[in-house]
Design a protein around this ligand. Structure first.
Ligand SMILES: Cc1cc2nc3c(=O)[nH]c(=O)nc-3n(C[C@H](O)[C@H](O)[C@H](O)COP(=O)(O)OP(=O)(O)OC[C@H]3O[C@@H](n4cnc5c(N)ncnc54)[C@H](O)[C@@H]3O)c2cc1C
Length: 460
């Protein structure tokens, strides 16, 4: 590491600045960050990974040291291990089909140790600023005020779960009000009257387990979604046959629609709103206990909250209930607090990215894991990382900026047509996305290296 003269703005002039100009910086050691670290290590690209928490694993690490996490004590994966594991490193045979968060976190630890990544990861080190450096590369400021210049910066900070979003209603509630990010488990709600806001994988989980101990559990839902069981015909529901994987979302839709009809029927039969889209146009909620909890009368579906007054919660249909607690399972806003907004977001929900990774106008900045997979992020984070690794070694090139913009516009138009609007522009079918990245690496390969064709899969 060479010490060089300061190369960022004057207010940082007194700060020691190091030049790591051949080195790449990875921000975050969650599931996406460690996949990026692996791709860099395999290519002998020098890198530093900064993780603000005291352990790797991101949102799967519960309890989080020094902050909240989206995970909760009773969290199990809602995607099966075969869908969730990295292609290069399978989850242990002894794991159940749907592992507990402690097992997922342990798997990430094993991945990091297996690929020798730990020595590159600096824990308890927050990145506070990432900006273009004078003279090229990226100036990365750490929590201790030091600034380091890197060749490229990989943003793997879990930006999709950036800032908790709360439901909006009139009035003041005098009971306890929390967001799902601060939910620890059902014990806090034993004997209480609880209103849960929002319908998604997290709220279905939380409502189900709270309803086992609460005096009453009401679920206020604005937008309906499709719920599927975790197991079908004795197998995890997301385990697709090689044939099914080849089909597009549209080609699979008739089968998915039939399956939902046979297994659960119409969502309105449970008192939930009808989803405003067709099956496959948004992520499915995979949960085998949620609908039974409704039919057992443990969870009472309600429409949107219109107002609160003391302990009284009023709903859009005119009903009102008394409640001791409200849990907002109303999602998150994308955020990258260490990046200048003007640099990446352009005022939109997510920055415009070529194949959801590369900002066309910002060389040397890459986003890993900012996609919303219909199944699981981990394999796709590994595919993205392999591609970016090849871009960094020049084994693969990028098309022109004009071509990248044109692809971004085409992809967004296609997203708008195919998927429900609330899914944003980040929703991907994992099988299609894997093929897209593989085709990109083949098309723009500058060498005939065989490993440009696909991620090296684990061989037993
Ligand atoms: C409750 C819940 C359940 C889920 N269940 C599933 C599931 O069953 N299956 C599935 O496939 N997906 C699931 N997901 C989706 C989840 O997003 C992915 O599984 C994945 O773990 C996200 O990984 P990530 O690396 O992108 O983000 P994260 O796991 O959030 O990791 C980002 C890391 O970056 C660090 N970081 C952030 N900012 C900074 C900074 N400025 N400086 C240094 N470090 C920083 C964070 O501390 C964190 O460790 C679930 C999501 C939630 C919220």
């Amino acid at each position: 590491m060479t010490t060089v003269s300061p190369n960022v703005e004057s207010d940082r002039a007194a700060t020691p600045t190091t030049d790591r100009e051949d080195t790449v910086c990875v921000i975050g050691a969650g599931s996406a960050g460690i996949a990026m670290c692996r791709a860099l290590a395999l290519r002998d690209i020098p890198f530093d990974c900064y993780e603000r928490r005291s352990e790797i694993g991101g949102l799967w690490r519960y309890p989080a040291q020094g902050g909240s996490t989206c995970a909760y004590m009773s969290l199990f994966a809602n995607t099966s291990k075969t869908v969730m594991q990295y292609p290069s490193y399978p989850m242990p045979d002894g794991y159940p089909d749907y592992p507990h968060h402690t097992q997922v976190a342990r798997y990430f630890d094993d991945y990091v140790d297996h690929f020798g990544l730990r020595k590159h990861i600096r824990l308890e080190t927050e990145v506070t600023r990432v900006e273009p450096a004078t003279g090229g590369g990226w100036a990365v400021t750490l929590g201790d005020g030091t600034v380091h210049r890197y060749r490229a910066a990989m943003v793997a900070s879990g930006g999709r779960h950036g800032v908790p979003v709360y439901g909006q209603f009139d009035g003041t509630f005098t009971g306890r009000e929390i967001h799902a990010v601060d939910y620890d488990g059902p014990a806090d709600f034993a004997g209480q009257r609880v209103v849960i806001l929002g319908l998604g994988a997290t709220s279905a989980d939380i409502a189900t387990e709270v309803s086992r101990v609460a005096a009453a559990t009401h679920l206020s839902v604005r937008t309906g979604h499709y719920v599927v069981p975790k197991i079908l015909e004795g197998h995890p529901i997301d385990k697709l046959s090689p044939f099914m994987k080849k089909l597009s979302v549209e080609q699979r839709r008739p089968l998915l629609t039939l399956m939902i009809k046979i297994v659960h029927g119409d969502m309105t039969a449970y008192g939930l709103p009808a989803p405003p889209y067709k099956p496959g146009q948004g992520p499915l909620i995979s949960n085998s206990e949620f609908l039974p909890a409704i039919v057992h009368g443990r969870i009472a579906p309600k429409p949107t909250i219109t107002a609160v007054e003391g302990r009284m919660v009023r709903f859009a249909d005119g009903q009102a209930v008394e409640a001791d607690a409200i849990i907002h399972c109303t999602g998150y806003r994308i955020a990258f607090p260490f990046l200048d907004d003007a640099l990446v977001s352009g005022g939109e929900d997510a920055p415009p990215l070529y194949h959801l990774v590369v900002p066309p106008e910002i060389p040397g900045l890459y986003f890993i894991g900012l996609i919303h997979s219909m199944m699981s992020l981990m394999p796709l984070a590994e595919f993205q990382s392999e591609w970016v690794g090849d871009l960094l070694t020049d084994a693969v090139g990028l098309p022109s900026r004009a071509q990248m913009w044109s692809q971004i516009r085409r992809a967004r138009r296609r997203q708008d047509k195919r998927f429900h609007s609330s899914s944003g522009h980040l929703l991907v079918d994992p099988n299609e996305y894997e093929r897209l990245i593989a085709a990109e690496r083949r098309t723009y390969a500058t060498t005939d290296r065989a490993d440009v064709r696909t991620v090296t899969r684990w061989k037993r």
